[in-house]
Write a protein that binds this ligand. Sequence first.
Ligand code: 5AD
Ligand code: SF4
Length: 435
Amino acid sequence: MSSVKKKLFIQTLGCAMNVRDSEHIIAELKEKEDYEVTHDLQSADLILINTCSVRERPVHKLFSEIGAYEKAKKPGAKIGVCGCTASHLGSEVFKRAPYVDFVLGARNVSKISTAVNTPKFVSVDINHDESEYAFGDFRSSPYKSFVNIMIGCDKKCTYCIVPQTRGDEISIPKDIILNEVRKAANGGAKEIFLLGQNVNNYGKRFSGAHEKLDFSDLLNLISEVDGVERIRFTSPHPLHMDDKFLQVFSKNPKICKSMHMPLQSGSTAILKAMKRGYSKEWFIERALKLRELCPGVAISTDIIVAFPGESEADFEDTLQVMEKVKFEQIFSFKYSPRPLTPAAVMTNKIDEKTASARLTLLQDIHNKMLDEIVATQMGAVHEVYFEELRENASVAGRSSNNFLVQVKGSEELLGKLVQVKITDPKRMVLYGKII
Ligand code: 5AD
Ligand code: SF4
């Protein structure tokens, strides 16, 4: 007699690391607790929300969301809060939402089985245990696989809550990584997406005695694994963009030509107050060097406007860096004070009106820049890895330099690398034809 599986509804907020953590949670619950995933909240026996705490808004969103879950759920269904907000709020979550059944921090997701079976379970420590590095076998995409290469972060950027939620930076031993990569490639994933807070600082510290190697060496090793056609990674840190890394990035054909270079601010004074460890000039020099070594590379960035003390001149510096580097993609945010971070107690806060005006101006300037970049794509040829069916008998995928490209076609294109000529470039999507 086959038993009816229990149903898990899981919502994932935040970054790719959280997506991977959710995959691990799903794998554990399938294997050990006989759950299957549902997208229907009302039929769920367990509702999980895997949270992000990097800015204030997602934290507010958490409490409004779980309040709605509590009202909508079927009687007896459990609610668990996991991830970075769980890490920094701990049992405080129960005070604000007493109906929550357990709280599991970002570094504790391997304890999900215990959590579902223990009333009011809380685990939010940031110790590390090598036995918990290998993740379960569940992948949300058959075409690309996330693989963790390090956990935590040692940088002390003064605005950032991550060191509190994910702990010290520790590199995962290469044999574990290569094993994960082989499993993913054997499962049909041609693209491997490496994850860590400062990936190009890989190899600085392991939790035990392990062979030393740096990120560039690791990239080369992964590129030799059978079945791996593409490698992406996030996030590198501008400070660690040494010549060796830029050379390997540019020369290894398996490495996708899309680099994330989180600028945060273009003002050396603000970068200092943020404790980023590099100057405006260093950032520009590295970005232009990358463009020289790697023609066709797309550079994306993160920018925070209105960090405490940011003057008009500081903000102008950020705009200048934008003009010089001409980022293909920008993720921009207003500074948001986070608990327990040094910047949260800085007294020279920027008022909301100025912050909003700066964000709007920056985004407007970037949109104009993007129109120029997009126009140059007319007639360009890209190798596209198709991953997604779209409306109007179309399929979409990414070029090596991470443009979203769409063509007419059907599922037989999924999972294939195909040459496409761009015939109608738009800001969000480059439309093209297979050649
Ligand atoms: N306020 C605003 N943005 C932030 N980020 C991180 N912390 C904060 C904060 N306190 C942004 C940074 C980072 C991205 C993931 O989120 O730009 O690179
Ligand atoms: Fe990811 Fe940082 Fe958000 Fe945690 S706080 S989910 S590490 S972006």
